[in-house]
Structure formats: C-alpha cells, structure tokens
Design a protein around this ligand. Structure first.
Ligand code: ADP
Ligand code: MG
Length: 478
C-alpha cells in the first residue's frame, strides 16, 4: 500500500436528560410528531433559553473521564443556517470556547497494541428537528420533537489510520458514554451517530490530503463500510490524475456507497456569534470535584482489575468489560458461584453470550439471571452434573423451565457418582464386549473412548466423567 488513510470522527451523543437543553419540553423518544417542541425549541418571539444543569453535569463527566481540560468558562454561540427542520434559523452550539477540550482515549488495535486517539473537543449543542420523507407521497414532513434535544459533539483528532481503528474508537466512546450513564447509546434511534472525515495521502507525505465528510452514520458496520468506500474512491480519483473535492457526502447503505450531498461549508458561512440570550457557562472547582466523585469505575480500569483480580487474559477482560451491564452480570455470577471467576468467564462469554446474540436480547431481559447461572455452575463444581449436561440445563433455564436445581431434579439429570452403581454398569459392558476388551489389553488403548461411550449411553450421559475414566482404566487393565 503506498497510500496512508487519515480519519477523524465527529460523534454526536444525545445526552440522557429528561428535558431539553434550553427548555422544559420532554426528550422522550417516539412521541407523536410535533407534540414535544415548545415555544423555546421553536424560537418563537419573546422566549429565552435556560441552560439545563444536568446536561452540563453530563458533559463535565465525559471530560473528566477522558482526562480532558474542562473549561472554567465556555460560551454558547449561534450557528446560523437555513433549513426547514430549524425554525429558529440558528442552532445554539459552542464554537470558540467549548466546555471540554484536549482529552484522549486508548483503543486496542487488531494486533493487540494500544493506541492513543486525541479528542480535540467536546461541546454542548442542541439538535435540530427531522425531515420525514416517507410520510406523504408528494411532500416532506417536518417533525420538531427532536429540536432542542441536548447533544454532546465529540470531535477527534485526525489520528486514525484505518476503518478498523475508527470503529474501535467509536466503540470506545460508545462504551464510555454508556458507562457514564450520559447517553443510552441507541444507534437505531439516532442517540449515537457520527460523521466520518476521511482523506488519503502518499505514504511518507507530511501534509494531509483533502478530506470528505460522510454524515450521520448510525451503525459501526456503516462507519466501517462508508470509510472503506471513501478510501477506495479517493485513491481511484487521485491515481487517475484527478483531485478530491472537499465536500459533505452521505452513505447509502442499500447501495453500499457514498454520494455527494453538498459542497463543504466553511465556518464563516455560519456567521457564528455568541448567543446574547445565554450567559457564559462557568464551572468552578467544587462542581468539578462533585462530578469527579460520581464517576463510576471506567472500562480501562475495570479491565485491568479483571485481569489482576480474576486472572483473565486481556482479551477476555476486554470482552467482559465492553459494557457495564456485561461486567456487572459477570461479577454477579462470580458472586453466586463462590468466586470461581474462570468458570464464570467461560460461561458468560460462551453459552450466555451465544444465547444473547441468537435471541437478540439485552442482558437485563435475559431469562437466565446471574444468580441462576451461578447456581448452575455450583452444580458443576460440586459434581452434581457434568459440564456437558450443564449445557442442557442452561438451554432449559433459557427456555423458562426454572432454576438449575429444579431442572436437574425434574429431568433426572443428577450425575451418577456412586461408584458402586458405575462399577456394575462397567462390569456389564466389559462382559458383553470381550473382543474390544482383548484388543484394549493388547495395547489398543484408544478403545477407552469406545467404553466411555458405551457407559455414557447406558447412563444417558450422567456418569461422572472423571470417575468413569478412572474406574474403566482400572477394570480394563484387569
Ligand atoms: P469542521 O468543523 O469544518 O468539520 P474540523 O477542523 O473541526 O472541521 O474537523 C472536523 C473533523 O475532521 C475532526 O475530527 C478532524 O480530526 C477531522 N479532519 C480534519 N482534517 C482532516 C483530514 N485532512 N483528513 C481526515 N480528517 C480530518
Ligand atoms: Mg464538521
């Protein structure tokens, strides 16, 4: 590859406040169109915006979590443009003085190395309304419910060098905002979306190439595909002697391609100026301290702790801390199975995650709770059932048949660990397979598998495997 890819992301995270950033109107998703935009959101004459303190607290939380500078004084500005979903004619945002600047997050690369991605800034702003193109045959509808919803726009440095890195970064920010409880991260509902700025340059070159910005990507897969499409397209343009045009593009998922939307506007097109209706936002040390004290354990710290405390590999610890729900579930399972962290990890990442994926359900709605899974693991640990039978019990728990003990009882799955009973079964098998016994004794030791199979068949899989093996070996060797 003689080309190097350069990517910077602008992520919009919808803050999980109950009311809007400058008004008391509800932010709840899914209401009838135009029932949740009040006079302030519409910018009717005579109204005044009042800043939502909770939105500020959330932005500060984010700033502290990424080791950023939280400005003691930041300013709201009007970004002026005309669009049907923006009745005020301007969006209130932060421009020259954002509340958060100069932070960083770490991402893990495919080769396991860690890379630091700079976060240039994160600023508070209001969302616009929404154009609805599929409600009427010959017209576009406007739904202003979303107008005034608080957003945190998180702008990265152009530090990413591949679509994979961009996705890893976006996932990291997604996990962070959810850990912090400042954004629900719901990408289908548009609560977390990003614009991808992409350019390419010849390897070894020190100047960035001309970039395009692909707007409103609302899934990790789309981000990866849109970036890869752009990279290919830009390289083709440059290699055939053309020039990349700086422009805003949109990604069409159905066709898996990006298309031009409009030429790039410059900051001065927006005629930014400080909003005269809003005072500068001042944040003092006491407020910072209070917010700092509310921060939960964050993913990186949790991952390190899981590796140290539970002896997990970096990979396993990463998977189990990817979301706070997953980490909490895992630790509750450990608690419920007397601290057997490794066994708990295997089951949470194995059967439990597989069932979650298959039934597309959230951890909180899973039919197998942490204490139920812990109860199952206890029965493996005390040799009531084998790991294999446990899979059957898990399946039955997921199907709603009750907890592990009830299912083991009802289905008669208790392992046969009574050596007297097992011996009798083994004696029978030995007596009825003299040819195999002879071969085994003549040195064909892998026939042990045959005898194990027979014994498992005779016990419907309920023989204690270790015990069965030991008994078989003893009896077969005479
Ligand atoms: P604007 O406000 O016009 O969108 P910014 O300078 O704030 O532009 O940058 C927006 C995003 O674009 C940032 O994430 C930044 O890292 C990224 N970016 C800037 N220049 C380039 C480039 N040449 N190639 C890729 N990304 C870039
Ligand atoms: Mg931009």
């Amino acid at each position: 590859m003689e080309w190097e890819v350069v990517i910077g992301l602008e992520i919009h995270a919808q803050l999980a406040t109950r009311s809007k950033i400058f008004s008391g109107a509800s932010t709840a998703y899914g209401a009838e169109p135009n029932t949740q935009a009040c006079a302030v959101d519409l910018g009717l004459p005579g109204v005044l915006p009042v800043l939502n303190a909770e939105a500020v607290r959330m932005a500060v939380k984010f700033g502290l979590a990424i080791d950023a500078t939280v400005a003691s004084r930041s300013v709201f500005a009007r970004k002026n443009y005309f669009y049907p979903d923006l009745p005020k004619g301007y969006q209130i945002s932060q421009y020259e003085l954002p509340v958060v600047s100069q932070g960083a997050v770490e991402i893990e690369l495919d080769d396991g190395n860690v890379k630091t991605i700079g976060v240039t800034r994160a600023h508070l702003e209001e969302d616009a309304g929404k154009s609805v193109h599929d409600a009427f045959p010959d017209a576009t509808g406007i739904d202003l419910n979303r107008a005034g919803t608080p957003l945190l726009e998180i702008v990265s440095e152009p530090d990413m060098r591949s679509a994979r890195e961009a996705v890893a970064y976006m996932k990291k920010i997604h996990s962070l905002v959810r850990y912090l409880g400042i954004c629900d991260g719901n990408m289908q509902e548009g609560s977390f979306r990003c614009d991808a700025n992409v350019s390419v340059r010849r390897k070894g070159s020190h100047e960035f190439g001309v970039r395009t910005e692909t707007k409103n990507l609302n899934s990790f897969r789309f981000v990866e595909r849109a970036i890869n499409f752009e990279v290919e397209r830009q390289i083709d343009v440059l290699e055939s002697g053309g020039a990349v045009v700086q422009e805003t593009r949109l990604y069409d998922a159905a066709k898996d391609e990006t298309r031009p939307m409009r030429s790039k506007e410059e900051a001065n097109d927006y005629r930014y100026f400080p909003d005269p209706d809003l005072l500068p936002l001042e944040i003092d040390a006491a407020f910072l301290e209070a917010v700092q004290a509310e921060l939960p354990e964050l993913p990186d710290a949790k991952k390190r702790r899981f590796m140290g405390e539970y002896g997990l590999s970096a990979y396993d610890a990463g998977v189990l801390t990817a979301s706070r729900e997953m980490a909490d579930y895992y630790e509750a399972v450990i608690e419920a199975c007397n601290g057997e962290a490794k066994l708990a990890a295997n089951w949470v990442m194995g059967d439990f995650s597989a069932h979650l994926n298959k039934s597309a359900c959230e951890i909180g709605e899973a039919p197998v709770t942490a204490s139920m899974l812990g109860g199952l693991l206890i029965r493996i640990l005390d040799n009531t059932i084998s790991g294999k039978i446990a899979k059957e019990v898990f399946e039955a728990m997921w199907a709603g048949e009750g907890n592990a003990d009830a299912i083991i009882e009802a289905r008669g799955l208790k392992q046969i660990s009574d050596s007297g009973a097992l011996e009798a079964i083994i004696d029978d098998i030995i007596a009825s397979h003299p040819a195999q016994v002879e071969q085994y004794r003549a040195g064909k030791e892998k026939l042990i598998g045959f005898f194990v199979g027979q014994a498992m068949k005779a016990t419907q899989g309920k023989a204690n495997p270790q015990q069965l093996n030991a008994l078989l070996k003893r009896k077969l060797s005479g």
